[in-house]
Structure formats: C-alpha cells, structure tokens
Write a protein that binds this ligand. Structure first.
Ligand SMILES: N[C@@H](CCC(=O)N[C@@H](CS)C(=O)NCC(=O)O)C(=O)O
Length: 296
C-alpha cells in the first residue's frame, strides 16, 4: 500500500479527521499511523517528516519516490488530482466552485470557532456560553451551509454526494453538537447527514475506542451522553470474556481471534485480533462492513 496517513488523537484532532475522511470516504486504500499528540512520538514524527509538522500528513510512496503532503486542503487537491473519478469535488461548475470556496473558507477561517470550542467527541456539554466571536463564526457557517444545501439540493454541501467540502466541515458539525450551539433546521439536517455517513461513523467509533483522554480539551461544564443522537442508534454491544466466538479470524485483519478480544454484538459472540478492534466494533458495529458480513 503506498499511502500512509499520520493522524493525531481521534477524539480531539479535527484536522486529522478531515484528512482521514478524504481517503476513507472515497474508497482509497491507505494505512493509518496514529501518533499521540503532545508526546515524544509526535515530536519524533515531526522531526522525521520536516518541514511537515502537523497532522494530518500524507506520505505517498511510489516508483521509488516519496512525497509528503501536509495541510488538509493540499491533501484534498492531491487526492482529487490522483483520483478524478472519486468525487472529491462536485461535477457541476457552480457546485464545484462553491465547494472549493467553502472548503477554502473553512481551512483559512473560523478562528474563534476552532479555538475554545475545540473538537471533543467525548463530550456533550450543557451550559456552554459562546462568545460574540464564536457566535458570529457559527452564524456564518450556518449561512454557508443553508445556502449550499438550497443551491445544490443536499443532503451534502455539494449536492447528493459526500465531498471534500463535507470532510472539511465535519468537525464543525461535531462542535455544534458537543457545545450545544443553536442550529437552524437546515444546519440540523446537515449535521444529521454527517453523523449518518459511514466513514464519519467509523471515525467516531475509533474515537470511542481510543483509550487516551486529554483533559486539556475538557471544559468545566456538565457533560451528557456522547453516544446519543444525532449519532444513529448503535447495535447493542459489549466486551466480554470466556465465551466462544462465531468466527475464528478477525474480520479486519484476518489474524486469529484472541481470547481477550471478544464482544457480544446484537446477541452474538464475535472475536477480534486485539482489544482495539473489539472496542471500535462495540462502539458502532454497523459502521464496519467487514463485521456486518460476519454477523450476516
Ligand atoms: N492547517 C492544517 C492544520 C493542522 C493542525 O493544526 N493539526 C494539529 C492537530 S489537530 C497539529 O498537528 N498540531 C500539532 C502542532 O501544531 O505542533 C491542516 O489543514 O492540516
């Protein structure tokens, strides 16, 4: 495989989510390398890939050549160029121009919204009071979403298909949910479409399964259930031990099932090759086609 994507902590790194969606949602095979932020490993990754210094960074190895692409918008353009049929940008002239403009505005702007209400997929705060600057950013985002949804017919910003522009705005959808920003009906519908997208569901399940908590991203506010709507209902699932799985090999890696990596999912015992595979499956089984094939 010739694509490696370096990402940070899945619950908190909004730019990493964008980069990952730009590959996963478009069916491009790649390997993910998770580098915990604020760690020695992160500093080593930065040194090894200088001048790139942020996640996501995409490494492309091809024909004896290695390319490094950092900056999520550059990753989007590189992939769109290499996979013109994948649909990163809409086909129609108007939708394509608008999608690029909206993605550019997201990449360069919304500083207030990106700062204090940072992405945190583990929280649903009650009582968050946006500042005036955060309110202005949220209103501009919703104005752009409303306009694009009306112009191009939704449910995504470029029309019927999820595109790079949606990857750029997906973390904003999560911020609106995490911090309880008020949303008009169009924004609410768009947020639901993002939360229902299979690749977004996979990312969220990985975040649920990530054992690392970074309290620097927490607010001193009461928090509700981060598994609730607008996330689609998840199948009943729990990690278990001491039973026999219906499968001998991990649905994801095809490696042998391990006794410490079992789960009861929708009433059946499924095995995995490690606890991480188990936990992302427990978090949202229906997000994973290979798992659903075992359960069929
Ligand atoms: N403009 C960049 C932003 C990337 C970014 O700031 N990533 C953060 C994590 S969400 C990061 O790598 N921070 C580490 C650092 O700046 O040293 C992009 O589009 O990818």
């Amino acid at each position: 495989m010739n694509y490696t994507l370096f990402i940070g902590d899945t619950a908190y790194s909004s730019w990493s989510m964008r980069g990952w969606l730009l590959l996963d949602a478009f069916g491009i095979p790649f390997r993910t390398q998770l580098v915990p932020m604020y760690s020695e490993a992160f500093a080593a990754m930065q040194e090894a890939h200088a001048p790139a210094r942020t996640v996501p960074t995409l490494k492309i190895e091809e024909g004896g050549e290695t390319a490094l692409v950092w900056e999520s918008l550059a990753i989007a353009e590189t992939l769109a160029e290499r996979y013109p049929e994948a649909g990163h940008w809409p086909r129609g002239l108007a939708a394509r121009g608008a999608a690029r403009a909206l993605a550019g505005e997201m990449h360069a702007g919304f500083r207030a919204l990106r700062d204090r209400p940072s992405m945190n997929l583990r929280r649903r705060y009650a009582g968050f009071e946006p500042t005036e600057a955060e309110r202005v950013d949220a209103a501009r985002v919703q104005a752009l979403w409303g306009w694009a949804l009306e112009q191009f017919g939704g449910p995504y910003l470029g029309g019927a298909e999820f595109g790079a522009v949606d990857a750029m705005f997906a973390p904003v959808a999560t911020r609106f949910v995490t911090y309880g920003f008020s949303m008009d009906a169009a924004a609410q519908g768009y947020v639901e479409a993002i939360y229902a997208h299979p690749s977004f569901r996979r990312w969220h399940a990985m975040a649920d399964a990530d054992p690392r908590f970074l309290d620097r991203y927490d607010q001193d506010l009461p928090s509700g259930d981060h598994r609730a709507a607008p996330r689609p209902a998840q199948l009943p699932a729990e990690a278990i031990t001491g039973e026999t799985a219906i499968n001998a090999r991990c649905p994801y890696s095809d490696a042998p099932v391990q006794a410490d990596s079992l789960a009861r999912i929708d009433g059946r015992v499924v095995g995995f090759c490690n606890p991480r595979c188990r936990d992302k499956s427990v978090a949202d089984a229906q997000a994973w086609p290979a798992l659903m094939a075992v359960l069929k």
